[in-house]
Design a protein around this ligand. Structure first.
Ligand code: ZN
Length: 455
């Protein structure tokens, strides 16, 4: 009898283990999950992978292991404004209408492309058409902000704040950089508290961002009194302020934002840093590379990889700090059973102009960006093929909405261990924003583009 009871207990145990395993394997796929898109301009596996290998960037490693990831294919002209608009619309530039940094307006005046020139809806406008709310923070080409359900802190907001806090401009002039304007004043007060009352000057911001003081580093390593001749470093304080603002806004809305379905955040780093960061590499090595480029205009793939492995420790502090942000988003998203897209618009490669991503000759393709998709039912650690055009269709699919029939991208079905029927529809722009003349902001944007060497 005893033996019989024992066998029965073992049998019940085995059955329950079997069923439990079966259940835990099948993750519940939410019907209408939240979607997070975290944009890190210029992030590149060529830099991240060697650092992961060396045991650094532990959180990036964890994310890569838990995500379906890709070398994200991108297109020429690899200009950030063009590509980030493709990411947010699922369309090539021919369809979305943002084809360069600047265009010529009446009387031959060059002005930066604005949100008013977009010909197709961005993903937050599509969510709005379903009465769903979005939080859009600092995304490229979002000024003037769309009047959607939710909040848009346009890419001109941080430009405006640098004008207010560094050039003493009247803060009331820039309230239209945020929609609804109520949040402009909220955020302005938040930064006034930090910058004026808590005395967040450049040095304190650098400490907050946990990166070296590159101005001092440059002066010390090159025995210089000033940063003259290095345009990005001469404007570095403004870039730091913008990064500081971008980060604080992210935490503000992660904490305060409620009832949103879509959350987009964009950071200009590491792109800006990578445009001049090679200054801090071994100088003899840099000389050697410059000589090869002067002779041949290009380098072999293996030399490009070697260069990036040597560049990786230089970029590390910038990426290391981004891990903190990614962790905050990740922890919130896990609790919400949400999806997270972590991505960049392009990587960098060696070309005639040095380590760069635009203005590359015909033989050098646009350097891939990064993509990691995390969330319920994602094939963990699986490498997939993906392009910048596939992000919006995939996000719509996951959130249970039809994909735009004429979108140029496709749903990344390979990333998931489940499959739903893909529905299609045609999305049109319903509320068009009017272009605005904000001369001060336009002038600052042009200055910035010149600083980086884009125009
Ligand atoms: Zn970019």
């Amino acid at each position: 009898m005893r033996k019989k009871i024992f066998t029965f207990v073992i049998f019940v145990l085995l059955i329950s283990i079997f069923f439990n395993l079966g259940c835990s394997k099948k993750e519940k796929i939410p019907e209408n999950p939240k979607i997070y898109m975290i944009g890190i301009d210029g992030a590149d596996w060529g830099i991240i992978d060697p650092l992961i290998k060396q045991g650094k960037l532990k959180f990036f490693k964890k994310l890569k292991e838990e995500s379906a990831w890709a070398k994200l294919k991108t297109f020429k002209p690899t200009l950030s404004a063009v590509v980030w608009t493709s990411i947010a619309t699922g369309d090539t530039m021919v369809k979305h209408g943002i084809v360069d940094w600047l265009f010529v307006k009446e009387n031959n005046i060059k002005v930066p492309y604005s949100n008013a020139e977009k010909r197709v809806p961005s993903i937050w406008e599509i969510f709005d058409s379903y009465d769903e709310s979005s939080i859009v923070l600092h995304w490229f080409v979002t000024y003037p902000p769309d009047h959607i359900k939710g909040v848009v802190v346009s890419d001109s907001f941080s430009v405006a704040m640098s004008e207010v806090f560094f050039s003493g401009k009247d803060y009331k002039k820039f309230e239209d950089t945020v929609y609804p304007e109520f949040y402009y004043y909220k955020l302005y007060r938040l930064f006034k508290e930090d910058i004026v009352r808590k005395g967040f000057d450049y040095k304190k911001m650098v400490e907050y961002l946990e990166i070296p003081d590159y101005i001092e580093k440059y002066k010390k390593e090159y025995h210089k009194e000033t940063t003259k001749g290095i345009p990005i470093l001469s404007n570095w304080r403004r870039y730091i302020l913008k990064d500081f603002i971008a980060e604080k806004t992210l935490y503000y809305f992660l904490k305060k934002g409620r009832n949103y379905n879509l959350f987009l955040w964009y950071s200009r780093m590491p792109d800006v840093f990578k445009h001049f960061g090679s200054l801090f590499m071994d100088r003899n090595y840099l000389k050697k590379i410059k000589k090869i480029l002067a002779d041949k205009q290009t380098v072999s793939d293996s030399l490009d990889r070697e260069f990036e492995t040597k560049m990786a420790p230089v970029v590390e502090p910038i990426l290391k700090h981004k891990e903190k942000i990614l962790k905050a988003v990740y922890e919130k998203a896990i609790k919400e059973h949400a999806y997270v897209f972590i991505l960049s618009d392009h990587g960098f490669t060696l070309g005639p102009k040095g380590y760069d991503h635009h203005g590359l000759p015909k033989g050098i393709p646009a350097p891939d960006g990064i993509l990691m998709i995390l969330g319920p039912g994602v094939k963990k650690g699986k490498e997939i093929k993906a392009s910048v055009l596939d992000i919006t269709p995939t996000a719509l699919y996951l959130s249970g909405k039809p994909v735009g029939r004429d979108m140029d991208g496709k749903v990344l079905l390979d990333a998931f261990d489940f499959k739903r029927k893909i529905k299609y529809t045609v999305y049109k722009k319903s509320k068009k924003v009017k272009g605005k003349k904000n001369k001060e902001i336009n002038r600052k944007i042009m200055e910035d583009l010149k600083t980086i060497g884009y125009i």
